[in-house]
Ligand binder design. Structure first.
Ligand code: CO
Length: 193
């Protein structure tokens, strides 16, 4: 009847996807000032930083319940995060959603015409599978999907199998790998996986 009722009705073909907020990546310009707020004013615990020397980036995780805040700090003026802040300013950089079935999530996004950075999931840190959704489809927010190792299934290659080559649809996307830690650069941005 009303327009509202129409909007509220959910398409029966939509897969019911459960997602948990894993972490929120925040690009900070002045770490001391950021710590003065998040650690001292808010009173939150900040974990020991993880540095990626080659990317001139330091990540500071702040547990908040089942999720974390991830402060991203540039360690040099030519750092990708410094360039990101130069262009867009400090603030929200990406959010990471943990899902039970990343393949199903990607398949549904694909059929709905969403622009994906990763057509297929690829290995992330700590045995997880990850894939990025382009901000153009997520209304300006860079979204990382993550399926943790606990939810991996038989479809995941065994350690003996060759790791599938990531498929990057977007030619501006560049990847860097440093052991467990992978960085991805999307034209003017960067994020830890
Ligand atoms: Co992150």
């Amino acid at each position: 009847r009303s327009q509202r009722a129409v909007e509220a009705r959910r398409d029966q073909t939509v897969l019911d996807m459960r997602a948990t907020l894993d972490h929120v990546g925040i690009a900070v310009k002045d770490l001391a000032a950021a710590l003065a707020f998040y650690r001292d004013a808010l009173g939150l615990h900040v974990e020991a930083p993880e540095e990626v020397v080659s990317q001139r980036v330091r990540a500071h995780f702040i547990p908040v319940g089942e999720s974390s805040l991830e402060l991203l700090e540039a360690t040099a003026p030519d750092s990708p995060i410094a360039k990101y802040i130069e262009k867009r300013g400090a603030g929200l950089h990406h959010i990471t959603l943990r899902v039970d079935d990343i393949d199903a999530a990607l398949a549904q996004l694909r059929t709905r015409g969403a622009r994906l950075i990763d057509e297929r999931p690829r290995p992330g840190a700590e045995g997880a599978l990850v894939a990025f959704i382009h901000p153009a489809s997520a209304h300006g927010v860079l979204i990382e999907l993550k399926q943790s190792a606990a939810h991996l299934r038989s479809a995941v290659p065994s350690p003996q199998s060759p790791v599938p080559t990531p498929v990057a649809r977007d030619s501006r996307v560049q990847r860097f790998s440093l052991g467990d830690l992978e960085l991805i650069s999307l034209s003017d941005g960067f994020f830890r996986l």
